[in-house]
Design a protein around this ligand. Structure first.
Ligand SMILES: [Zn+2]
Length: 449
C-alpha cells in the first residue's frame, strides 16, 4: 500500500503541470538556432544570478565585495567574474549557499562516490521537474511514446536481498512500469528475468549500463535474444564493448545520457548517436584543465552552472567528471553543444608508473578480446599496484588471464605490478552502481583525500 502511494505521488510529480511546462520548453529549445540558444541560456542565467545575488549569502557577500551586479553579466563568458566552487568548499560553507528566502518544498540530494565522501546539496521541485522532463524528452526523441511499457533496472532493490524466488520485481501501474531488482541479477535468477521481460514486452528499458550488460551477457551465454526497441542508460560509463553486446542481444538502440551528481548539467545521446548533447536549458557547461598542463584543448574537468534550482543555485561548480567538447554540428540538426561520452571520473582513472592518467575506456580494450569473462573490475591500490578481479565464464582459460595482465602492462608500464584475482561475484556499491575502475591513487586530482 505504501509503495502504491509513493508510486502515485511520483507519477503526480513526474507528469504534473510544471513537468509539462518543462517538457514543452525542452522540446522547443531543441529546435532553436545557435543564437536563439544563447539568448535563451542567458535569460535563464540572469534569473539564477538575480536569485543568488539577492538571497544566497555567499553570492550576496561576493557581489558586495567585488561590486558585481546583474548588469555585469551580459554574456555567458561574464560568468568568469565568479569563482569556481567545488564539493569541498560547498560542504564547508553549506549554509551560505542556501537561498535564505526560499519558500516551498526542499529536497536533499546526495552525491555518491565509492572512494570520495558523499556531498549533500539541496534541490527544489522545479529542478526535479526539469530533470524528469529532460529524461522523458530524450525518450520521446528516440520514439518512445508517453504510455509505452517500460522496464526499470536502475539500482532498486524492490525485494529483500535474501529472497531466493521470483518475483524480483513489481509493477507500477501509474507509470506502466516494471521495476526490477538490480540485486538479483545472478545466474540462477536471470532465466526468470528474461521470461518476465518477454511476457511484459516493454518498448523501453531504463538501466545502468552494467545491469543491461549483465542481462545481455546472460543472453549471450544462452545464445538468446530480447526485443526491446530502446534502452536508456546513464549513471555509469557505457563502454564500447558493453554497448555492442547490449545492442546485439537486446536488439535495441541505446540512448545514453550523462548527468552530473550535483545536477549542474545533463547531456543526452540523440537519434544520430554522435556524442551527447548538453541540454542548454538545464545548465551551462565549462571545461577546465584537470591539472596544470593536463589534457588537450576542449578537454577538462566539467564545471557546471545549474539553471533551474533556486533553493541552492550552484554556479560554476566543479564536478569530478572529465569531458571533451565535440566540434562541428550534429547531423540531427540540434544546436545544443556536444561532448564525447563521459567515461571518466577523475577517481576512475588509472595512473601509470610514469604518472600518466589513463581513462577506463582504454583499459577496457584489454578485456575486449576475452569473450569468456562475465564481469571484471580493476582496482588500483594507493601504492599503485593493480588488482584485476575477474568473474570467469565457462570457457575461460588461464591464458586469458595472462593475456589481460600483459596488455595492462603494455598500457600502464612494463614494471606495473598486476595481479589477477578470480572471484565469484563483484559487489555493487550501496546505490547499486557498478564501477569498472576504482582508483585509490588518482583521487588527489579531485581535491579528495
Ligand atoms: Zn544530435
Amino acid at each position: 500500500m505504501k509503495k502504491r502511494i509513493q508510486d502515485f505521488f511520483k507519477h503526480y510529480m513526474r507528469r504534473g503541470i510544471s513537468f509539462r511546462r518543462c517538457l514543452k520548453e525542452l522540446e522547443q529549445a531543441r529546435k532553436y538556432s545557435a543564437q536563439e540558444l544563447k539568448n535563451y541560456q542567458m535569460e535563464k542565467l540572469r534569473r539564477t544570478l538575480k536569485i543568488a545575488f539577492e538571497n544566497v549569502p555567499f553570492y550576496m557577500a561576493l557581489s558586495k565585495e567585488k561590486k558585481l551586479g546583474l548588469n555585469d553579466f551580459k554574456t555567458i563568458e561574464d560568468l568568469h567574474k565568479l569563482p569556481i566552487i567545488d564539493k569541498k568548499y560547498v560542504r564547508g560553507n553549506f549554509q551560505s549557499f542556501r537561498n535564505m528566502n526560499f519558500r516551498g518544498p526542499v529536497f536533499k540530494g546526495l552525491t555518491s562516490g565509492t572512494t570520495g565522501s558523499p556531498a549533500k546539496f539541496l534541490r527544489d521541485l522545479g529542478s526535479i521537474n526539469f530533470e524528469n522532463a529532460a529524461i522523458f524528452s530524450q525518450q520521446r526523441w528516440a520514439g518512445v511514446k508517453d504510455n509505452d511499457r517500460r522496464v526499470w533496472l536502475r539500482g532498486d532493490s524492490v525485494v529483500p536481498a535474501d529472497q531466493r524466488n521470483p518475483p524480483f520485481w513489481r509493477y507500477n501501474r501509474f507509470e506502466n512500469q516494471l521495476i526490477m531488482s538490480s540485486y538479483h541479477l545472478a545466474k540462477q535468477y536471470l532465466p526468470s528475468y528474461v521470461e518476465k521481460i518477454l511476457e511484459f514486452g516493454p518498448q523501453l528499458l531504463q538501466a545502468y549500463p552494467s545491469t543491461a550488460y549483465v542481462l545481455s551477457q546472460y543472453l549471450e551465454s544462452k545464445d538468446g535474444y530480447l526485443n526491446i526497441p530502446v534502452v536508456q542508460t546513464s549513471s555509469e560509463p557505457l563502454y564500447e564493448h558493453w554497448r555492442e553486446l547490449i545492442i546485439k542481444r537486446l536488439r535495441t538502440r541505446i540512448i545514453d545520457y550523462y548527468g552530473s551528481a550535483e545536477r549542474v548539467n545533463i547531456a543526452q545521446e540523440c537519434p544520430a548517436h554522435e556524442g551527447l548533447h548538453l541540454v542548454s536549458g538545464y545548465g551551462i557547461t565549462e571545461l577546465i584543465p584537470a591539472a596544470e598542463g593536463a589534457g588537450q584543448e576542449n578537454e577538462g574537468v566539467i564545471v557546471g552552472t545549474a539553471l533551474n534550482n533556486f533553493v541552492m543555485p550552484l554556479i560554476r561548480y566543479k564536478t569530478g567528471d572529465v569531458g571533451r567538447f565535440m566540434q562541428f554540428d550534429c547531423p540531427c540538426g540540434c544546436k545544443y553543444p556536444r561532448i564525447y561520452p563521459i567515461e571518466t571520473k577523475v577517481e576512475n582513472m588509472l595512473v601509470t608508473s610514469e604518472g600518466k592518467y589513463i581513462s577506463p575506456s582504454i583499459i577496457s580494450f584489454c578485456f575486449k578480446k576475452s569473450q569468456n569473462i562475465e564481469m571484471s573490475q580493476v582496482v588500483q591500490e594507493s601504492d599503485g599496484g593493480i588488482t584485476v578481479k575477474i568473474v570467469r565464464g565457462q570457457k575461460f582459460l588461464a591464458r586469458d588471464g595472462e593475456k589481460i595482465a600483459r596488455s595492462m602492462r603494455d598500457i600502464l608500464g612494463a614494471d606495473m605490478d598486476v595481479t589477477i584475482q578470480y572471484v565469484d561475484d563483484i559487489q555493487r556499491s550501496k546505490n547499486g552502481k557498478f564501477q569498472f575502475i576504482i582508483s585509490k591513487k588518482s583521487n588527489s586530482l579531485n581535491g579528495e583525500s
